[in-house]
Design a protein around this ligand. Sequence first.
Ligand SMILES: [Cu+2]
Ligand SMILES: [Zn+2]
Length: 206
Amino acid sequence: MQFRKAVGVCAAAGMLVACGNDQIDLPEEGDNGMAPDNGEQEQADAFAELNDEQGSRVGDVSFFEQGENKTRVDVTVDGLPPGYHGFHVHEEAACDVDNNEGPFQSAGGHFHDEDGAHSGHSGDMPPLYVSEDGSAFLSFTTDRFTPTNLADERAVIVHADPDNFGHIPERYVAEGEEEGGPDADTEATGDAGDRIACGIVVSEAP
Ligand SMILES: [Cu+2]
Ligand SMILES: [Zn+2]
């Protein structure tokens, strides 16, 4: 525990204190996965530059080791369509555009350690929300991978559509089916649609 910006007389130890109007109790780096506020540029442990189909850089993804088996992921985007976008780590370190099946299909399916349905894959990440001006910032922690798991092995994909995380209630029954719920496509992809940006994860920022 560490106190910063403590002003005036603030006798306190190990507890949150109000010191005038400057009431701040910041965790140390690694305490809870929050970004450090030390004014220094933190070196990412892995990094991906997101490019769109035209090859324009539309964002950056930085991976930071964060305590034991946790990773903080910081995402900055500029120039993508507004709204929610499925956002995953995919299996292959490949972002080829000229692929018959569509852009960035070379990245393969969602990165996963064991067989399982979508939302349970190692590479399933929180959705990316892009504002009306095309920009986004997202920061979160995960215990599903480490920067080392990803570097030079995987790619990050931004999809055209929102991710449903495989959450299809049983009352949705497809035509010709007896039972409802997610089908095989949903369990593989989260129905997030086309791939609109891709970045190979590398161990050092370019
Ligand atoms: Cu994906
Ligand atoms: Zn998935």
